[in-house]
Design a protein around this ligand. Structure first.
Ligand code: SF4
Ligand code: SF4
Ligand code: SF4
Length: 497
């Protein structure tokens, strides 16, 4: 058997992560000093103690105790401490085309890059378009004031900005309703956090627009043209070494083991939640709205699954529809039938499942677009290798037809060769009549080191990596320096996260 090791599938500069953005931020947990997740909400007895000491306008809110411990929690982590201490940019920024970006948006750009993936390091002529379109200067000011790396509530924000708790509650809730800050309800109270990835902001707005306009994709033209898809906005996500997405096998039937490896069962990821929101695939909306390409005869349109708290949030702002976990799995099965790839943000509990095909998924298209090149960012991880046995192969071509990544071709002897873009989904295994293919679990995949959730994923791997590489221009607005990221070879296999 030829063991095709998992290569670092190639991602690239232009974003389009779709559903992987905002939703996963919602269920993120505050980051403890050792990088492990822990509850950000006070226990009942802690809450009572603090409530008794709350200011008179607290309106029943209790302070988020974790925020009060910010120094002891965050500052034990050297790199997060540096991220907090890095000076913020001051002043307007003049772009190469002469446009002047007001200081508050420069600061916002910096702030989101500090939280995680943000919008990437490079300052381009269009990278401020979405900020200035979605955020008023007042909105941007709020995002620049709220605490980093944790959930906070209106009481917490009131202490920072000096407004009343009631007013802060209104401000934050209004922004959450517009998708500009992530919201999660705990014990009947709202908690908020900055989400770490710019794509999530347009994603929420796009979906709200879609649903508010009778599910008309063309109604999304304005927001889409502002996010750079129509203007080739460079999210410049290519400055991180960490794989944002992990693909998992379509089912246990395509793996050599008799069970799926930890965290690699998409059905289980759905079924362990009581709340599921399904939304239209944002990439398909983009395809239809921006280039009149309609894939609804091939793939289910409504298939982006927001799980748990993310589901509740997306449903509450009108960006997703409530369904049962069983209904969600049924939709997933339809996607598997349609030859799609199940994938999730690389985390133990990423609370979102995407089903994608490279014919229509911008994320997977970028994996293909940047094949064989580095730097990488939108690369997909897999806990599996694909094994192919040329001796068993009868050269029928069924796998070539089925592969959602178009990763397979025949060589001169009509034997299969595989490109770097294989994401180890196992769709090819489902159609092989000769049992010449199988996914085998990697023995070096670092399951234990996977980030707990999307927030930790971003903090540990995107924001901190950026800082470690010395890309401090993220925080000053200056131009990206030349950085040698090395190359990815055919045999390269990631052994650690
Ligand atoms: S194509 Fe995939 S990544 Fe894009 S929005 Fe749809 S499900 Fe999500
Ligand atoms: S179907 Fe394509 S992407 Fe999926 S495992 Fe097979 S070769 Fe790789
Ligand atoms: S489906 Fe199986 S037998 Fe057919 S070409 Fe692919 S590997 Fe060979």
């Amino acid at each position: 058997m030829e063991d095709i090791t998992r290569r670092e599938a190639i991602g690239g500069a232009v974003a389009g992560l779709g559903a992987m953005g905002l939703a996963s931020a919602v269920a993120g947990k505050a980051l403890a000093a050792d990088g492990e997740q822990s509850s950000e909400v006070p226990t009942e007895s802690e809450a009572k103690d603090v409530q008794a000491a709350s200011p008179s306008d607290a309106k029943g809110y209790v302070p988020n105790l974790r925020m009060r411990n910010q120094d002891t929690l965050v500052r034990k982590d050297e790199l997060l401490e540096q991220l907090l201490d890095e000076p913020e940019p001051e002043g307007d920024l003049t772009l190469p085309d002469g446009r002047v970006i007001p200081a508050i948006y420069v600061k916002l750009h910096n702030r989101l890059n500090r939280v995680g993936f943000g919008c990437g390091s490079e300052v381009t002529e269009s990278c401020f378009d979405l900020y200035t379109y979605l955020w008023s200067e007042d909105d941007a000011k709020v995002c620049c004031e709220v605490p980093l790396y944790q959930w906070f509530n209106a009481w917490d924000y009131a202490e920072i900005c000096g407004k009343s708790v009631e007013e802060c509650d209104q401000i934050l809730d209004d922004m959450a309703q517009r998708g500009l800050i992530a919201r999660s309800k705990k014990s009947g109270k709202n908690y908020y956090t900055l989400q770490p990835y710019i794509a999530g902001y347009w994603e929420a707005t796009e979906l709200k627009t879609f649903y508010e306009n009778g599910e008309d994709p063309y109604a999304c033209h304005e927001i889409l043209s502002q996010n750079g898809i129509g203007k080739d906005w460079q999210f410049n996500l290519s400055d991180n070494e960490f794989g944002l997405n992990t693909s998992c096998p379509v089912s246990v039937d395509v793996v050599a083991e008799d069970k799926l490896m930890p965290y690699m069962d998409w059905r289980q990821r759905i079924m362990q939640n009581t709340t599921v929101g399904v939304a239209a695939c944002q990439c398909m909306i983009v395809d239809q709205c921006m280039s009149d390409q309609d894939y609804t005869d091939r793939f289910p349109l409504k298939r982006c699954m927001y799980l748990g708290d993310s589901g509740e949030y997306f449903i509450s702002i009108g960006a997703a529809e409530a369904i049962t976990p069983e209904e969600a799995v049924k939709i997933g099965e339809q996607c598997m039938e349609a030859g799609m790839v199940p994938e999730f943000v690389t985390a133990k509990d990423s609370d979102i499942i995407c089903f994608c095909h490279s014919d229509e998924c911008i994320q997977l298209q970028n994996v293909k677009k940047f094949e064989g090149t580095n730097p990488v960012s939108l690369k997909n991880y897999s806990a599996y290798n694909l094994n192919y046995d040329p001796d068993k192969c009868i050269s029928c071509g069924a796998c070539i037809e089925r592969c959602p990544m178009k990763a397979i071709s025949f060589d001169d002897e009509n034997k299969c060769v595989h490109s770097d873009v294989c994401v180890r989904c196992g769709q090819c295994v489902t159609v092989c009549p000769a049992s010449a293919r199988i996914l085998k679990a990697r023995d070096d995949f670092p399951y234990d080191d996977m980030p707990y959730d999307y927030q930790v994923d971003n903090q540990l791997f995107f924001a901190k990596q950026r800082l470690q590489r010395g890309l401090l221009h993220d925080f000053t607005g200056t131009k990206i320096p030349d950085v040698d990221y090395g190359t990815v070879t055919d045999s390269a296999t990631r052994t650690s996260l």
